[in-house]
Design a protein around this ligand. Structure first.
Ligand code: OVV
Length: 395
């Protein structure tokens, strides 16, 4: 058996967070499985191996954390998520509840209200003309519709942004980025936990529906609060940057935007392609439960395996012209939502947010112009924009 190649790359170095694509190519072309020199982890960057590791939940577990930190060796950054950082059968029980609340049927009921907000916000952007794609649209939209659907009050929602940034930074090393985002950890965590209580959640919303599962005896109230925490952790920063990355990709590919404008029904596939092309969640880890085999290589027990989702989404073994942003391609099979039992439980909600906003833009905007240099917000896990100066030329 051949030796596993060792690579001297740091996925968390600022230059790689700013532009991860050369590093992805190096990792993919070095082999199906590589070892990192700077961290005690193995990594896979090709589509096939990422899919393998994420699908094999019995060998590649989540309960030791899905970030760089191995919870068998170090204390978690916060009490473990009951769904993200859990394995069957505990995971299955929680997943059943959240998938029911976020099912296509349930989400169909909120579609109209999500659409109304998208129309209104895009109208305001068109009136302004010169906008910041992040601050005027990609951020306010999810920050309005998702917490509304969960059933939160309007006040203090900026805490959701700070908390999301913290949670996703905590999946990387304890670097400057984590230190900076945890400066306000105590009050932000306090706000989040306070807002996981039933008294803070509007009757009938997603949050309240979790408590209804507690009423039915499926879980206890402490578990219910922790599941609300999962919604507040995973539902905002992800969709903000999914939308931001979609706007970025469309603004930088005017010929693709022209196709969307000509046929707004392409909004859904345009959003899907932008998830493939600029994946919001760049990485997740698993931990080996026993000695494992990946692509003919042996990985020892209790070892972290880094899955490069965004790299799998540009693997030429899987995709034709992966570097081309093409809203007409079939982007299904991408790893941006993960796959398997831990595949994003909120993906139905994420997709309608993307579809509704892109559909409104497609109809109301003739052309998107880039009017200045965008800036990035570096995060250990998320591909995130800070600013995106654009002009929406009205249709
Ligand atoms: C997918 C995801 C990201 C961050 C947090 C959680 C889930 C959670 O369950 O708390």
């Amino acid at each position: 058996m051949t030796q596993i190649p060792e690579l001297d790359v740091d996925p968390y170095a600022p230059e790689n967070l700013l532009n991860p694509y050369p590093m992805h190519e190096l990792m993919r072309e070095t082999g199906p499985l590589v070892k990192l020199k700077n961290y005690p982890v193995y990594a896979c960057a090709r589509h096939q191996e990422v899919q393998h590791v994420l699908s094999d939940y019995e060998n590649f577990i989540s309960s030791a954390g899905v970030g760089l930190t191995n919870f068998n060796l170090e204390t978690p950054f916060r009490p473990k998520s009951l769904i993200l950082e859990a394995d069957p059968p505990q995971h299955t029980q929680m997943r059943t509840i959240l998938s029911r609340i976020l099912s296509p049927r349930a989400v169909a009921q909120i579609r109209e209200s999500f659409a109304a907000v998208a129309e209104e916000m895009v109208d305001r952007c068109v009136e302004k003309g010169d906008i910041d794609g992040i601050h005027d649209l990609a951020q306010p939209y999810p920050l309005k519709v998702f917490p509304d659907a969960v059933g939160l009050d309007d006040e203090g929602r900026e805490n959701l942004l700070l908390y999301g940034d913290m949670v996703f930074n905590s999946m990387g090393p304890r670097n400057e980025l984590l230190a900076k985002s945890t400066e306000r950890m105590i009050p932000v965590t306090q706000w989040i936990m306070d807002h996981c209580g039933r008294d803070m959640l509007r009757p009938g919303g997603f949050g309240d529906q979790i408590y209804q599962a507690a009423d039915a005896g499926e879980i206890d109230v402490k578990q219910a609060a922790m599941l609300v925490r999962s919604f507040l952790s995973a539902g905002v920063d992800t969709t903000i940057n999914g939308l931001g990355n979609a706007l970025f990709s469309l603004a930088h590919h005017p010929e693709q935007f022209a196709k969307l404008h000509a046929d707004p029904a392409k909004a859904r596939s345009a959003f899907e392609e932008s998830l493939r092309y600029e994946s919001t969640a760049q990485t997740f880890f698993r931990t080996t439960n026993k000695t494992c085999d990946v692509a003919g290589h042996v990985i020892p027990e209790n070892t972290k395996v880094l899955c490069m989702l965004a790299s799998a989404n540009r693997d030429p073994r899987k995709w034709e012209n992966p570097e081309k942003f093409d809203i007409e391609r079939r982007a299904s099979g991408h790893m941006a939502f993960g796959t398997g039992i831990h595949g994003c439980v909120g993906q139905v909600v994420a997709r309608i947010e993307g579809e509704l906003v892109l559909s409104a833009i497609a109809r109301k905007v003739k052309r998107i112009e880039v009017t200045g240099q965008h800036t990035r917000r570096l995060n250990n896990t998320l591909r995130a924009l800070d600013t995106l100066p654009l002009r929406f030329v009205p249709a």
